[in-house]
Design a protein. Structure first.
Length: 167
């Protein structure tokens, strides 16, 4: 027997994707006629006997509105920190130069390690930028290879894999 009332699952905030969670939670609370608890500063009850770490983290907050605002502010602060980490990683990427005894593979691995950290923080970082970096910063001993590659292919559209294979 099917029910006419669809079951809506409660969105759980895991510390990531706050904006998506906030939209889902607001829709859930609104659909359940509970959103006014946030807007009207509804007082929150005692913690359960076995509180989760997230419940302990917000236990000093006394109202639903205060908790909502706290989570929003916390997410904004996390975004600022992520932004600074991205800036520092991009700066680190830009400062990289190939070392004299380093192979192209070692150099590209070092660059990709930085780029992957940037990408993990949610920032797009195109492979074309890595290709340009390698083309500009490799040692002179690779100039002839790059020149012959330039004769065969348009270096503005060469893939990272093609470049690394050629070098």
């Amino acid at each position: 027997m099917q029910s006419d009332n669809p079951v809506i699952t409660l969105p759980i905030y895991e510390g990531e994707n706050y904006h998506l969670w906030a939209i889902r939670m607001e829709a859930f609370l609104d659909a359940s006629d509970l959103w006014e608890a946030i807007e009207e500063d509804y007082e929150v009850g005692q913690l359960p006997k076995n509180p989760t770490p997230n419940q302990i983290r917000i236990m000093t907050l006394k109202s639903a509105k205060t908790i909502w605002d706290f989570l929003k502010q916390e997410d904004e602060e996390n975004e600022k920190v992520k932004g600074m980490q991205v800036v520092n990683l991009i700066k680190e990427f830009e400062m990289q130069r190939m070392k004299e005894l380093e192979t192209v593979k070692e150099y590209s691995d070092r660059l990709l390690s930085i780029v992957n950290k940037v990408r993990l923080l949610g920032t797009k970082f195109p492979d074309t930028r890595i290709v340009q970096k390698i083309l500009v910063t490799v040692f002179e001993r690779f100039e002839s290879t790059i020149s012959s590659l330039e004769n065969l292919k348009d270096l503005s559209i060469i893939t990272l894999a093609e470049l690394l294979y050629a070098l």
